[in-house]
Write a protein that binds this ligand. Structure first.
Ligand code: PLP
Length: 368
């Protein structure tokens, strides 16, 4: 049985006609940039996220960059984030001339450790950027408390967490800004690149909208320097259709995760821990696996897809050498990079496919 890590064709089959109609409507309107399709999607997703404002942008990376720009982050500022994440989280900080400061993660949730955030705060710290990794919201109660005490802003990297929640609040609704990605592999996914900022702060929403379009306000007059961070209407139309399905897709992912959890109980594999009060959307189902590389090879020989998110923590990447970190500085993140493996979890998997993948993992440990 062949089981890929992700099968986007299977998802496309479930909503193809509706999406093609929505794309055709945009083509007929010829309103491709920030048109009615973008505004409609922004309204729907703002209410989905429980935030007052949503601003469609060109990618998740640009959502992060634009949020930091709107908060005035620049040279001399420090932004605290996790080293166990996709590159964009820290890349955006450095691109603005600010300094990414890495705090270690919690071994169970894989998310940034609030106690280590406290230790990393200096008088240069301006923003805390938690990442809701693999679809589980970070420890926002403690992080929010720390931010309030020290007068810091919060930018949530919620790229992997659309629809995830903590104590009833949706990802993106905790910070000054929440940032989403609609890259094709994400749980809510476009036909190309796309992203989103949510906020409930009117002044920040207005500033972000101006920055999204080169800083112009009114047209051809510029008080600030922005960029082209616009979301395409065609992408917005596709996303607006898929938004109706994302909760049912996330439910299916949770059901698949429950099957894995049950089969892996009492096995050498450590399953993902969901903290009390959290509802994960399982962007990835990521295990901590002894002899991880051998296991991955075994799975691949048995035609089961898997991936390592992420093989090297950001504080040890070549491009950040000048920050001065060395191996051992953030031991939990470093250890996870050697042991994590993400298994197929996408919604269209059948029960028997999930069981087959899980049993293949057990077979590796029984026979090796
Ligand atoms: C995908 C992702 C991003 C970047 O989003 P793009 O749309 O690919 O630019 C940022 N942070 C995290 C955690 C991501 O997973």
């Amino acid at each position: 049985m062949q089981i890929p890590l992700l099968d986007l064709k299977a998802q496309y089959k479930t909503c193809k006609d509706e999406i093609l109609r929505a794309i055709t409507d945009v083509c007929e309107s010829q309103a491709f940039a920030l048109g009615p399709a973008v505004r409609a999607f922004e309204e729907n997703i703002a209410s989905y996220c429980g935030c007052k404002y949503a601003i469609g942008v060109s990618s998740g990376t640009d959502a992060l960059l634009l949020s930091l720009m709107a908060l005035g982050v620049g040279p001399g500022d420090e932004v605290i984030t996790t080293p166990f994440t996709f590159f964009a989280s820290a890349g955006c900080i450095a691109r603005l001339g600010a300094t990414p400061v890495f705090a270690d993660v919690d071994a169970n949730s894989y998310n940034i450790d609030p106690d280590d955030i406290e230790r990393k705060i200096t008088d240069k710290t301006k923003v805390i950027m938690p990442v809701h990794l693999f679809g589980q919201v970070a420890a926002m109660k403690a992080i929010g408390e720390t931010a309030r005490q020290h007068g810091l802003s919060i930018v949530e990297d919620a790229a992997q967490a659309i629809g995830a929640s903590q104590d009833g609040t949706k990802a993106g609704g905790f910070g000054d800004f929440g940032c989403f990605s609609f890259y094709p592999t994400k749980n809510l996914n476009a036909f190309g690149d796309g992203g989103l900022i949510v906020t409930s702060n009117k002044a920040l929403a207005e500033k972000s909208k101006i920055l999204r379009n080169h800083g112009q306000d009114p047209t051809y007059f510029y008080k600030v320097i922005g960029g082209n961070f616009r979301l395409d209407s065609i992408q917005a139309a596709v996303l607006d259709v898929k938004l109706k399905y994302v909760d049912s897709w996330n439910d299916k992912r949770r059901q698949n995760a429950a099957i894995y959890d049950e089969i892996f109980a009492d096995s050498p594999v450590r399953t993902p821990k969901i903290e009390p009060g959290n509802v994960s959307i399982y962007h990835q189902y990521t295990i901590v696996a002894p002899r991880r590389d051998e296991l991955q090879k075994f799975l691949s020989e048995n035609e089961i897809g898997s991936a390592i998110f992420y093989p090297k923590p950001l504080h040890l990447q070549d491009c950040f050498i000048s920050l001065g970190y060395k191996p051992g500085d953030l031991p939990i993140a470093e250890k996870l990079c050697e042991q994590v493996l993400s298994l197929p979890i996408y919604p269209e998997l059948t029960v028997s496919q999930v069981e087959h993948a899980a049993k293949a993992v057990l077979k590796f440990y029984e026979s090796n």
